[in-house]
Design a protein around this ligand. Structure first.
Ligand SMILES: O=C[C@H](O)[C@H](O)COP(=O)(O)O
Ligand SMILES: C=C(OP(=O)(O)O)C(=O)O
Ligand SMILES: [Mn+2]
Length: 456
């Protein structure tokens, strides 16, 4: 792969300007005895991704920004060290590949496959603390910062966890690369996995679409399509670039271009809670060459969006900037049009993606953080409606999902009920769509994409 990065963090002093700016949602560990050693250890480790791969992704996202590809980005809210098992990783990759086949058929265009994987370990929180039975401890901020177990030892912020996050990301990425490059991703096998979903009587509504995909695959086979080439697929890694100690230490100068790339993942996004225009996150990410996403919640003004474009994509380069809107089903039809209109009128060509999860979180009657499948789908429909009415392109889907049979989100055709939460709720942060709910969403979105038709 081209784009080797020399060892050691990039030396450019501009990459440290963020240290002088207001910064939200960081651990308190700079005085920790292992802080300096952990950061320097990360700085000497090999990059997790290569600059050349990052450039390929930027080109793919540029296609999507121009209406010629669709982004599917999915994975855990919070990956965990214990959850990095072969079974769980492969189930998640498999589910994303299954969803992608269904979406590719509906969209009649390439689907860019991206995991919230191999680095999604840091969590912004609403509160610094958590209280249980009268005991207050620091909130869980993701395995890269502290442990989920509710004890003072586990909840203490420990910088050595950054090195463990790197090692876990490396193992995860190694397995993802093996799966997606080693024959596992063969289009025919991926399609055949969907037969399991279709065998469930709850899913008969999707029979026609599944039948059409089946005939299309058999038609390609009969025509002698080069299935050798379809045995491999591109798969990109992404996470929220929240923990700037980690991101900075993994930023390297690309030997081809002499430009800085954050080699912790191909695509990095700035969260809703850390997108302050004069804050550390926007500054740091403005200085790396990776494609960048920004989450936009319902309070985002068009002026905010335009200022973010000026800072993060001053050259108006398609593929550089993705806006991931997470408005909530109740808000999207009211709030999104103005943003899209003003951004489009400015001449910027960002990629618009919907995150239908984070604006739709509620607490179930029995006390679990959950989301209703119907609300999630309503936001997706609203996203399509808004873009259709403005003549702009709804370019992707960002979801919290797993390949496992968990019960965390309510509803779906084979409905999850809150009574199942006690036994099957596994997430350490936000509720994810389970395997079946994820596939169901893919069928529904595929139908919506097919209805739009290919618009040149
Ligand atoms: O994933 C997103 C945030 O980290 C999460 O929704 C915050 O959750 P909290 O409100 O429970 O802190
Ligand atoms: C923290 C997240 O989202 P947001 O920044 O949109 O709240 C997330 O994607 O898990
Ligand atoms: Mn989340």
């Amino acid at each position: 792969m081209s784009g080797r990065s020399p060892a050691g963090p990039a030396a450019d002093p501009a990459l440290d300007i963020w240290r002088t700016l207001p910064i939200a949602q960081q651990p308190t560990w700079s005085e920790h005895p292992h802080y300096a050693k952990s950061v320097s250890e990360l700085g000497s480790r090999p990059p997790l991704v290569f600059a050349g791969e990052v450039d390929v992704l930027r080109e793919r996202l540029a296609e999507a920004a121009q209406g010629r590809a669709f982004l599917l980005q999915g994975g855990d809210c919070a990956e965990t060290f214990d959850g990095a098992t072969a079974d769980k990783i492969s189930a998640r990759v498999k589910t994303i590949l299954q969803m992608a086949v269904v979406l590719t058929y509906g969209a009649s265009m390439p689907v860019i496959k991206m995991g919230r994987m191999a680095g999604q370990f840091a969590k912004p929180r609403s509160s610094n603390d958590e209280t249980r039975d009268g005991v207050t401890l620091p909130a869980f901020r993701g395995d890269i910062v502290n442990g989920y177990e509710f004890t003072p030892e586990s909840r203490a912020h420990d910088p050595r966890r950054m090195v463990e996050a790197y090692n876990t990301s490396s193992a995860t990425l190694n397995l993802i690369r093996a799966f997606t490059q080693g024959g596992f991703a063969d289009l025919r096998s991926v399609h055949s996995w969907n037969a399991g979903f279709m065998a469930n009587p709850a899913h008969t509504a999707y029979e026609q679409l599944a039948g059409e995909i089946d005939r299309a695959v058999r038609f390609m086979d009969a025509c002698g399509a080069d299935f050798e080439a379809l045995k491999r697929t591109e798969f990109f890694a992404s996470h929220e670039a929240l923990l700037l100690d980690y991101e900075r230490a993994l930023t390297r100068t690309d030997s081809r271009t002499e430009l800085p790339y954050d080699t912790s993942g191909h695509f990095l996004w700035i969260g809703e809670r850390t997108r302050q225009l004069d804050g550390a996150h926007v500054d740091f990410l403005s200085r790396v060459r990776n494609p960048i996403g920004v989450k936009l919640g319902p309070t985002t003004s068009p002026e905010d969006a335009l200022a973010l474009i000026d800072k993060l994509d001053p050259n108006r380069e398609p593929g550089r900037l993705t806006f991931i809107t997470r408005m909530g089903a109740k808000n999207i039809r009211e709030k999104l049009p103005n943003l899209v209109e003003k951004v489009t009128a400015s001449g910027a060509q960002v990629l618009w993606v919907t995150d239908p999860m984070h604006g739709n979180t509620v607490t179930s009657e029995n006390g679990y953080k959950t989301r209703k499948f119907d609300d999630v789908m309503d936001e997706v429909r609203g996203f399509f409606e808004v873009h259709d009415s403005l003549g702009t392109y709804p370019g992707g889907l960002h979801v919290e999902m797993t390949g496992d049979d968990v019960a965390e989100c309510l509803g779906g055709a084979d409905p999850i009920r809150q009574e199942q939460f006690d036994d099957l709720y596994e997430s350490v942060c936000d509720p994810r769509l389970n395997h079946k709910q994820s596939l169901e969403m893919a069928f529904l979105v595929s139908g919506a994409l097919a209805k739009r038709g290919v618009r040149g």
